[in-house]
Design a binder for this molecule. Structure first.
Ligand SMILES: CC(=O)N[C@H]1[C@@H](OP(=O)(O)OP(=O)(O)OC[C@H]2O[C@@H](n3ccc(=O)[nH]c3=O)[C@H](O)[C@@H]2O)O[C@H](CO)[C@@H](O)[C@@H]1O[C@H](C)C(=O)N[C@@H](C)C(=O)N[C@H](CCC(=O)O)C(=O)O
Ligand SMILES: Nc1ncnc2c1ncn2[C@@H]1O[C@H](COP(=O)(O)OP(=O)(O)OP(=O)(O)O)[C@@H](O)[C@H]1O
Length: 487
């Protein structure tokens, strides 16, 4: 694209691509000097020019300017990046129905449900923690909410592929760092706001304000879908210009769940909407997934699909990897892998485990807590687990450069009565938990979900994954079957 199409009065230079990282720059790229937490992008200008960048967007003065390179000084580089990224890729978010989902927990689950079900009506892509995917294309994720270039580039690819919609996870980091400023959201969903990411936001109030940005940004003919049972719901839509629609269970809501029955392998409930009652049968379990379903259903209905058309697809939803994933190799006890890594998520998973574990049977939990992240939640994890578990096995979980034993000791600070041990190696911890389970017990393996890496001192290292570790232990050590560990 010609630079003159992106900026008024700019020279007629051909721009090959957009880039914010000198390490990834390509000849003919436009480089945006982002002022980050560790580096100031302005310091790499000489390097990117040498590597062939043809345009520099900057906010601070540039000492040496080179012939043949366009230097565009702006007030706010990030705002310009958002604007340019959308324009460069042909404003793809205007051509798609865009669902944005924010909240402490439930983003991946709701966006996955939307992608799964809405695709029966309009082809729908997904951008989030699990992947970037559309049609038969699946790419590994970058961040939960990628930078503006990747967002708009991916959406353009989706449009070219024939997608008509996309479900986008919108993290508080993404909002705070202004990654979605030029995304044209049609529907924004708020799930809940509880303790998380305070190492980044500092206070719960700042964390709330980050999420609030999504609803302030939403256009007047958009729809805000909010969980009214969450104490932050009303404030979340204060100042929002869009049409507001609510979902919930305890409070009166536009989409209200009632008569809820949660089983071991599925759930049923009545969905009351506009005075009509729809009976929903779903393969999802746990109370929080009823909320996730209500949010997803409300979002899809509000963008034009009739509720009765949606209902049949809810009974066989695709399992979201590592989210309440049942590991069933025919063993006589429950094994669940779940991505719970916030106090609220933990509480909800333990509540479910409690509801499916017969009195007299044990709940055995394996978990740790991430190094260098939200250290205050460690003791809280201990307190929550202490209330529900009969046995706790503490282990490593993305320790980074902290000692996993020290992290475990902080968790132990919250455990009063429950038997607990520390086994550093995560596979051995999972093995210990599973081998100690008796008939009808429940083993919970928490914190890493579907992740197949572990953050250690020198970065990301491969980890086989909780689901693979659990299956292997059950097959080899409980059922005595031959089972080579998958690589
Ligand atoms: C806290 C945070 O979000 N940081 C993001 C931020 O980093 P930063 O501000 O520190 O950037 P920096 O390293 O100082 O660099 C500044 C600029 O100089 C550039 N640079 C830097 C070095 C160099 O040699 N050359 C160069 O050009 C960088 O590309 C950048 O444009 O900008 C970077 C470039 O876009 C991001 O990669 C980085 O995300 C880091 C990797 C990250 O881990 N983010 C996580 C915390 C995150 O965003 N998570 C959320 C939430 C997940 C959840 O809900 O659980 C997410 O949406 O994924
Ligand atoms: N609505 C909810 N309320 C409370 N906890 C939930 C809810 N939905 C999911 N969880 C818990 O949070 C975990 C992560 O779920 P999910 O991946 O959908 O959330 P997320 O918001 O995408 O999180 P992240 O951005 O950290 O990936 C689940 O494994 C479960 O333990």
């Amino acid at each position: 694209m010609k630079l003159s199409l992106l900026f008024e009065n700019a020279p007629d230079i051909e721009i090959g691509g957009l880039c914010t990282d000198s390490r990834k720059i390509q000849p003919m790229d436009m480089y945006f000097c982002m002022d980050g937490m560790t580096f100031d992008g302005h310091q790499f200008v000489e390097e990117v020019v040498e590597k062939g960048a043809v345009c520099i967007v900057h906010a601070k003065d540039i000492e040496t300017m080179h012939k043949g390179v366009a230097y565009i000084k702006v007030e706010n580089v990030n705002r310009t990046l958002n604007m340019v990224a959308s324009k460069f890729y042909g404003h793809p978010s205007h051509q798609l129905t865009v669902f944005g989902v924010t909240g402490t927990n439930g983003k991946s689950t709701i966006t996955s449900i939307i992608k799964d079900v809405y695709s029966h009506f309009k082809p729908c892509g997904y951008i989030g923690t699990i992947s970037i995917s559309y049609g038969d294309v699946t790419m590994p994720p970058s961040l939960t909410t990628p930078d503006p270039i990747l967002i708009h580039h991916s959406m353009k690819d989706m449009v070219d592929y024939g997608m008509q919609a996309v479900a986008l996870e919108v993290s508080s980091h993404g909002l705070e760092m202004g990654r979605v400023q030029s995304v044209d959201f049609d529907v924004a969903v708020f799930t809940n706001l509880t303790y998380d990411h305070l190492d980044f936001h500092g206070t719960l109030e700042n964390y709330f304000e980050a999420k609030h940005k999504l609803f302030l940004q939403l256009k007047s003919d958009g729809v805000a879908v909010i969980n009214v049972d969450d104490p932050f719901a009303k404030r979340m839509v204060a100042g929002c210009k869009a049409h507001i629609v609510s979902y919930g269970v305890t409070a009166d809501a536009d989409y209200r769940g009632d008569n809820i029955h949660i089983g071991t392998n599925g759930s049923t409930f009545d969905l009351i909407h506009h005075g009509e009652t729809y009976t929903i049968t779903t393969n999802l379990v746990a109370m929080y997934n009823i909320y996730n379903l209500l949010g997803a259903i409300a979002a899809m209905c509000e963008s034009g699909v009739a509720l009765k058309e949606i209902v049949p697809y809810l009974s066989e939803l695709t399992q979201v990897d590592g989210r309440m994933e049942r590991i069933d190799e025919g063993q006589a006890f429950n094994v669940i892998v779940d991505f719970a890594h916030t106090p609220d998520g933990m509480e909800k998973v333990f509540e479910f485990a409690n509801s499916i574990t017969p009195d007299g049977n044990a709940i055995i939990a394996v978990f740790g807590s991430a190094g260098k992240r939200d250290t205050k939640k460690r003791k809280v994890f201990g307190e929550i687990a202490d209330r529900y578990c009969d046995s706790i096995i503490l282990t490593e979980d993305d320790p980074r450069d902290e000692n996993p034993r020290d992290i475990a000791n902080e968790i132990k600070g919250g455990i009063k009565d429950t038997n607990n041990i520390f086994i550093e190696d995560r596979y051995s911890a999972i093995r210990q938990a599973i081998e100690s389970a008796n008939v009808n017990d429940t083993v919970l393996i928490l914190g890493k979900g579907d992740e197949v890496f572990m953050y250690r001192e020198f970065g990301r290292e491969p980890w086989i994954g909780d689901h693979i570790a659990a299956r292997h232990v059950i097959r080899k050590h409980c059922l005595g079957l031959e089972d080579e560990l998958e690589k």
